[in-house]
Write a protein that binds this ligand. Structure first.
Ligand code: FAD
Length: 395
């Protein structure tokens, strides 16, 4: 019927587009390609490290998308895109034709940015920046760390998936250590000079964990350039540090298929129209989520899902010759500093002169010096946020 949409990737971005296209116009034929039969979310995976949730809590399947919403889910890998012939090739050799294509493959890692690091070394010093076996490996290492040992995080440079994620992670590891390894220490070596919600994290760390967490930025010479596996040592511009458990979160770029399909620019990410998320390089191809360049919007699951809804509206409008409705995007990032201590940042974004920009006065962060009761409420909101967004996307 001339309304065939193919979606690559069944994460936050891709699954949202699939569901919302069917909701807006059920006569559209939607095929989503995702190798995994179940999807474990990165949101909440730091809570798992603290022992607050289990793998089941974080895992979602595609049954509702298939049976209730009529999305055709193919558990394959997309290996190629021909934007002229408008086809997608799968790893089983099958070729799919599309009228509109959506690409939401998330991120890939730039392994060689740190000397001595590689995909193989990531099995020893896990990144745990894609949820799944890596997350479980990191949890195991934390649990097996000697009493009084040192946990070291090598934080990523901008831009990367989930700006407050590394700092929520060390908070959750501190939560675990406080109960099980109270003399352990945590060090963060960061190639940035500052980070998301820094003042709020700093306040929470002092109040809840005393001196346990130490953070150093690039101004302190903390940019790590080399690591040595055998001695468990990392080398920065300034110093060398050894640790018992090392979590290296590498620099990032758009997921591989975005490169294969020719959708990236020199930055390693995909330029898109800031209303519709149509690629600026290939017509009728759309990129949402972490892989796209979305102005001031952070790379988050909430952003990916918000963009997915706008993109679904753009596709349904164009396939039905309807005008595109005005767009607004929203992001919220909750972080747990401790089980009952939450903080958040919210932004609402609109296309201003071809760039998604925060609308002044429409967002904000949790206030400094809030009461423990307010922090507890935000921790509960964080858990409710998780329930509502995963229900919205997969159930
Ligand atoms: P993904 O969700 O990664 O989905 C991409 C999918 O594409 C994957 O399932 C992959 O298998 C599939 N894929 C890749 N290549 C192909 C291919 N060639 N063919 C077929 N399929 C393919 N965000 C929040 O909003 N709130 C949070 O609290 C939060 N916490 C986080 C905590 C951590 C520790 C981390 C690491 C991230 C967190 N995030 C959070 C960020 C969030 O996980 C990402 O921003 C979000 O997953 C991006 O969605 P996406 O669709 O772009 O990519």
């Amino acid at each position: 019927n001339g309304k065939r949409v193919v979606i690559i990737g069944g994460g936050f971005g891709g699954s949202t587009v699939a569901k919302y296209i069917k909701r807006f116009d059920s006569s559209t034929q939607v095929t989503m390609i995702e190798p995994k039969k179940t999807y474990m979310t990165c949101p909440g995976s730091n809570w798992y490290l603290a022992g607050l949730v289990d793998v089941d809590y974080l895992t979602h399947d595609y049954e509702t998308l298939k049976t209730k919403h009529g999305v055709n889910v193919l558990h394959q890998m997309a290996t190629g895109v021909d934007a002229v012939a408008k086809t997608v090739t799968l790893d089983n050799g099958e070729v799919l034709e599309y009228d509109r294509l959506v690409v939401s493959p998330g991120i890939d890692f730039i392994y060689d940015a740190i000397e001595g690091y590689s995909e193989e070394v990531a099995e020893i010093f896990p990144h745990a920046w894609k949820a799944g076996p890596q997350t479980e490996l990191l949890a195991k290492q934390i649990q097996e760390m000697p009493q009084g040992g040192r946990f070291l995080m090598v934080a990523p440079p901008n831009p990367y998936r989930c700006s407050p994620g590394p700092y929520e992670r060390v908070s959750m590891i501190a939560e675990y250590f406080k109960k099980h390894n109270p003399t352990a220490t945590i060090m963060v070596l960061d190639p940035k000079t500052k980070f998301s919600k820094q003042a709020l994290f700093g306040e929470g760390w002092r109040d809840v964990y005393g001196q346990m967490i130490e953070w150093y930025g690039s101004q302190d010479g903390a940019t790590v350039t080399k690591i040595d596996v055998a001695s468990k040592t990392v080398y920065s511009d300034f110093d060398e540090v050894s640790a018992d458990v090392i979590n290296v979160i590498p620099a990032q770029k758009a997921g591989k298929i975005a490169f294969t399909a020719g959708l990236t620019d020199d930055s390693g990410w995909c330029p898109v129209d800031q209303d519709t998320f149509e690629s600026k390089i290939h017509k009728d191809v759309f990129v949402v989520g972490d892989a796209c360049i979305a102005g001031a919007m952070p790379k988050s699951g909430h952003s990916a899902s918000s963009q997915g809804k706008m993109c679904a509206a753009a596709i349904v409008s164009s396939l039905n010759n309807l005008p595109m409705p005005p767009t607004r995007n929203v992001n919220t990032c909750y972080s747990l500093v401790a089980e009952d201590y939450g903080i958040s940042v919210v932004g609402v974004y609109e296309n201003k002169d071809g760039r998604l920009s925060g609308i002044p006065g429409a967002g904000g962060v949790s206030k400094a010096g809030a009461s423990l009761q307010e922090r507890k409420m935000e921790a509960d909101y964080a858990r409710s946020w998780y329930q509502s967004i995963t229900k919205d996307i997969w159930h």
